[in-house]
Design a binder for this molecule. Structure first.
Ligand SMILES: [Zn+2]
Ligand SMILES: [Zn+2]
Length: 411
């Protein structure tokens, strides 16, 4: 046995990922995040490590970095894009935490320390760590998302979150030959509709609502999804507004075009969006035809105010652009036509539709990706139905491991 591993979180669940790998004495941690539910869920406390690698900047991957860098004298290796967005999210999570009243795992000072500990890696670049070399590959998913290839006597690939199709924002991930594949399995057992069909249906729905004199509220996650929606709206005949956390992330994306499929195209889309910068702007946005805003699952953010103003109007629509987890406001809206606002249940009479713009590979895409990597063994994580994908992988002759959180495994 050369590598000993353990999921500190995110093994048999989606969220709060932490992959601890001990390789010939080098103690590495891939991602360290939190699940932003109420209350938030944290991974198991990380043991002392030598270095951390960040695959990308979603809170379930980066949210606990300040806790780590406050305790251990370590560098956090990430792409420049992952670093910039991670810093934004870490600072924001302190503000959100304070307003919701849950105890914070770290404070402003810890975030300041974390900001200084990032060490940049580019796609295609190699870095030495002990007897190993590590190389960064693009993971699709969102701009700057990275797969790390650990090269020693054997090669191990840690995918983080991946998507294998080209979206309007990023190119899809390509398989990397390896002996051990540690792969996410969020969509195990589920496939996506064709992206182009989803895009067409989404734009068609917007036109249908506008043609009957309704308004459109588009709820989108701040990191990645908001920007993909802006790209989709780029050539729309009506004006569209942008509000919420997605504004800051869009600014970062505009400043790092090298991480985007087309920096020029994104700049055009961002320039066309009218950005809410004041209370007056928000009033204008609320009276406009189309608003893109956070949060993506309707759990807080400006989207709540926009819905509150339109809730009696059956001609208007709320378009959800991603998976709505059980217990979220978005899920309640879909199932029962109501949302919870500060403890009060509010009935919403608008038209509500959900569109699958997932940034994760679906079941068959994960299967194809794994085959392309052609590993000896596969460890699945970041999924609550990993068995379905494991069954199909075993039929292909792969050895598959499904360690739960806290369970040690050997590679
Ligand atoms: Zn992600
Ligand atoms: Zn994730």
């Amino acid at each position: 046995m050369k590598i000993e591993g353990e999921f500190l979180g995110g093994g048999h669940e989606v969220g709060r990922l932490g992959i601890y790998l001990k390789c010939d004495g080098a103690r590495l941690l891939f991602d360290y995040g939190m699940t932003a539910t109420a209350p938030p869920l944290y991974p198991k406390e990380a043991p002392p490590i030598d270095r951390m690698f960040l695959t990308h900047s979603h809170l379930d991957h980066c949210g606990m970095i300040p806790w780590l860098t406050a305790r251990y004298d370590i560098d956090v290796v990430a792409t420049a894009m992952a670093r910039e967005v991670a810093i934004l999210l870490m600072e924001d999570s302190i503000k959100v935490g304070q307003s919701e009243g849950y105890p914070e795992p770290y404070d402003v000072n810890d975030v300041k320390i974390a900001k200084r500990r990032f060490r940049e890696i580019d796609f295609g670049e190699t870095m030495d760590i002990g007897r190993y070399q590590i190389m960064a590959h693009p993971a699709g998913h969102i701009p700057g998302a990275t797969m790390f290839e650990l090269r020693g006597r054997e090669t191990t690939l840690v995918t983080g979150d991946i998507h294998t199709i080209d979206t309007r924002l990023v190119k899809g991930a390509k398989p990397v030959r390896c002996d051990n594949l540690i792969m996410e399995a969020t969509y195990s057992g589920r496939n996506h509709a064709d992206r182009k069909d989803t895009e067409r249906a989404f734009l068609h729905k917007i036109d249908e609502v506008l043609d009957r004199d309704g308004r459109v509220i588009i709820a989108a996650f701040a990191v990645g999804r908001t920007q993909e929606i802006l790209l989709l709206l780029k050539n729309h005949r009506r004006e569209f507004w942008l509000d919420g956390m997605g504004r800051k992330v869009s600014k970062i994306y505009s400043s790092m075009p090298e991480f985007l499929l087309s920096g020029k195209s994104f700049r055009q889309a961002a320039n066309r969006a009218k950005v809410v910068r004041s209370a007056h702007g928000r009033t204008r946005a609320a009276r406009s035809d189309i608003v893109v805003t956070t949060s993506g699952m309707l759990d807080g953010g400006p989207v709540i105010d926009y819905i509150d103003q339109l809730k009696e109007d059956p001609k208007s629509a709320i378009l959800l652009t991603g998976y709505q987890v059980e217990g979220s406001n978005g899920r309640m809206l879909l199932d029962q036509g109501v949302i919870d606002v500060k403890g009060a249940t509010i009935k919403v009479n608008c038209d509500v539709k959900i569109f699958d713009f997932s940034a994760h590979a679906g079941h068959d895409q994960l299967l194809d990706f794994a085959k392309g990597c052609s590993p000896e063994r596969i460890v699945l994580c970041h999924g609550d139905q990993r068995e379905l994908l494991a069954d199909d992988l075993r039929k292909e002759g792969f050895e598959v491991l499904l360690p739960r959180n806290g369970e040690k495994f050997g590679l």
